[in-house]
Design a protein around this ligand. Sequence first.
Ligand SMILES: [Zn+2]
Length: 303
Amino acid sequence: MKDYLVRVIGIKANVLGFACVTTGLVNEACHLHGASPTACAALGRAITGGALMTALLKDNQRVALKFEADGPLKKIIVEADSTGAVRGFVGVPEADVPLKDGKLDVSGLLGRDGFLTVMKDIGLGEPYKGIVKLRTGGIAEDIAFYFAESEQIPSAVGLGVFVEPSGDISAAGGFLVQTLPPSDEETVDRLIARLEGIAPVTEMIRSGRTPEDTLMAIFEGIPYHILDRRELRLDCACSRDRLERVLFSLGTREIAALIEEHGGAEVTCEFCRTQYHFSREDLERLLAEMKAGEEETRGEGRD
Ligand SMILES: [Zn+2]
């Protein structure tokens, strides 16, 4: 099954449903980062959550999620855009914790004491930013809590990643259901009952059920339209130019030190692990540009 997302909308009631399968891209991301089994589950859930949130974006919009807490994983960063491109990384990919009740303990690895920050770049000046305290550190509950607290949208979120003993991901996916005002009580009750009764996401995917099947199970008895299907992919928007800007932000003293001590610099993109090499000449040119920029600023300051 290719990675994709399906969006549906209730015909009579104000309800939206999204479901996706992300097995391929989560597998790719986990191997790329050499993540431990529990870190794979954490990163996979967060990436899938980010993928689901693209369903709410308009063209050219982007969303970023940052989970930061007191556990050994330290943080998870995910970015996704309206074209279905997602990328992500974790603070300490090799960190792991023992199983809890026979399951990978994502909350234990990320920690419960921390925050989820959601940023949306909606193309109008300042990006939108919402911060909530983590609810459980289990990712799905935290995203649902973010929607309820920060956007006042009652939401149900299910996320699942199945990590094989080999370290491969054999199933990853999730769903997001939201009710919009004015909400219809009967529909909400029906949805809650259905959500309590459905099988875990990974079980559905492993038994060959599609995102359409998941939504059909959740929306049983609630008429809906399928809005669209969108392809999802792991894709990093990094480039040499962008990494050069990272170097630029270090400041002249740091660049001078890199030239002096290392005669160049290796910069690794945190999302895709691509390495960019900057030679002594590259850094000297950058340093000259930075100094020229500083002169200009000083000149302006005198006016
Ligand atoms: Zn990259």
